[in-house]
Ligand binder design. Structure first.
Ligand SMILES: Cc1cc2nc3c(=O)[nH]c(=O)nc-3n(C[C@H](O)[C@H](O)[C@H](O)COP(=O)(O)O)c2cc1C
Length: 179
């Protein structure tokens, strides 16, 4: 199985979850993990499964404006000053990547996000938007969108990377049974 992990990440949380998912799925075949800016059509064509994730911003997928706010937040002397920008932070976002995507009839996919704690109805979640767009491009979703949760310091809660590896393993039987 060839798996392509695509992530958008400003502060590294979504990148860390993508890395955990990639580690888990590497037991089942070849895995490539790339920021959105490197998610080429060739890589998508190579993949049997595409797993895409992004941070939740303003209740949904990040925008150019919310990314700019995140950069400002990282530069502030207090508040989010604990965060540092991920190496991929200046690239395009998952929203723009999805907009430029062609039709991928039947290719398997799954979506995840990172977000604040609390009911998704209040926080919003980027993964539902990602999943909807993937479906509209013809992907077959092999799992419900999943969220991984941060703490009050904008860092992943303890145990979320482990939960991500478990979620990733749960995708594999779905791939076998949906053949
Ligand atoms: C500009 C901005 C807006 C955000 N808006 C939301 C939001 O609406 N709902 C939410 O649950 N979390 C929100 N968050 C928190 C992020 O989803 C969370 O910090 C995420 O883990 C960041 O992922 P990253 O480290 O990969 O950038 C926001 C963060 C930023 C910087």
């Amino acid at each position: 199985m060839h798996t392509l992990l695509i992530y958008e990440s400003m502060y590294g949380n979504t990148h860390a979850i993508a890395t955990a998912i990639a580690g888990s799925l590497s037991h089942f075949g070849d895995v490539r993990i790339v920021p959105v800016s490197e998610a080429t059509e060739e890589l998508v064509a190579w993949a049997d499964l595409v797993v895409a994730g992004a941070p939740t911003h303003a209740h949904g997928m990040p925008t150019a404006k919310s990314r700019s706010s995140a950069v400002d937040g990282a530069a502030k002397p207090d508040g989010w000053s604990q965060v540092t920008l991920d190496a991929s932070a200046q690239g395009p976002g998952i929203r723009e990547w999805l907009q430029g995507l062609g039709a991928l009839d039947g290719k398997r996919a799954a979506a995840f996000d990172t977000r604040a704690p609390g009911p998704a109805l209040l926080t919003g979640r980027a993964s539902t938007g990602i999943a909807k767009q993937l479906r509209e491009h013809g992907f077959q979703l092999v799992a419900d969108p999943e969220s991984f949760i941060i703490d009050t310091h904008q860092r992943l809660r303890d145990g979320e990377e482990v939960r991500a590896t478990t979620w990733a393993s749960s995708l594999v039987p779905e791939l076998v049974t949906s053949d």
